[in-house]
Design a protein around this ligand. Structure first.
Ligand SMILES: [Zn+2]
Length: 232
């Protein structure tokens, strides 16, 4: 099942499901947090020990799905870009990446080398390059990686993040809305510790499941005023 099929309205049916313990603290006790999906087939639970909200049971991790999905996504995003440099400038301005980099630099006093995990089209890297002498990316899509390398000159690792072997050390590792999509976030934290310089900073953005708008959405679903549909 590719992103293309999902966009064409073919429902995604996981081949296999797996039950998991908390991906952060490994505790098995949790309480129901939210159900979602066209037939309410997906469930978020909240860990009773550390409070992490995670999917359980979850579709069994399928690396070919991830690969297909992101390659299609990349093709779709990159196909109509007559002026890639103008696109990068506008997209990074729209998502306020310059401000984000400026905020990071308040903490990353070394500012020697930055790694952007889940680089998308290089929007963040485009901004990071204005302030960092060296930058690298990580992505699953070969198309995205090629686009970034051509447009920004930044090397993009195509390995799984936890498998990357490099002598380079990063004063900042940045991951925006990506760690919540992978099966073993703990391995990413351990890899980050290895790849950071002493005193380097790790910047992670994730959705806030306890935000006011999320609480309203869950409440409306509970009383039947909102469907479980999940947009691709
Ligand atoms: Zn936990």
């Amino acid at each position: 099942m590719s992103t293309k099929q999902r966009m064409e309205g073919v429902p995604y049916i996981p081949k296999e499901w797996e039950k998991v313990s908390c991906p952060f603290c490994d505790a098995s006790k949790s309480s129901l947090h939210e159900r979602f999906g066209d037939t309410w087939q997906y469930t978020y639970v909240k860990c009773r020990q550390c409070g992490l909200i995670y999917q359980n049971p979850r579709p069994k991790y399928d690396s070919s799905f991830v690969h297909d999905a992101y390659e299609y996504y990349a093709e779709d995003v990159l196909k109509n870009l007559p002026d890639p440099q103008k696109y990068l400038e506008e997209a990074s301005a729209q998502t306020q990446c310059d401000d984000c980099v400026a905020e990071i630099l308040k903490y990353d006093t070394q500012a020697s080398c930055i790694l952007d995990v889940g680089s998308y089209t290089g929007i963040f890297l485009h901004s990071a390059l204005k302030r960092y002498p060296k930058a690298y990316g990580v992505d699953v899509s070969t198309r995205m990686a090629k686009f970034i390398e051509t447009q920004t000159g930044v090397k993009v690792f195509l390995e799984k993040y936890e498998d990357i072997q490099t002598d380079e050390r990063f004063s900042c590792i940045h991951m925006s809305h990506v760690i919540e999509h992978i099966p073993n976030p703990k391995a990413w934290l351990e890899q980050s510790k290895k790849l950071l310089t002493g005193g380097g900073v790790l910047v992670i953005s994730v959705p806030n499941g306890l935000a006011f708008t999320c609480r309203i959405k869950i409440f409306l679903k509970k009383i039947g005023l909102r469907k479980g549909r999940w947009e691709p």
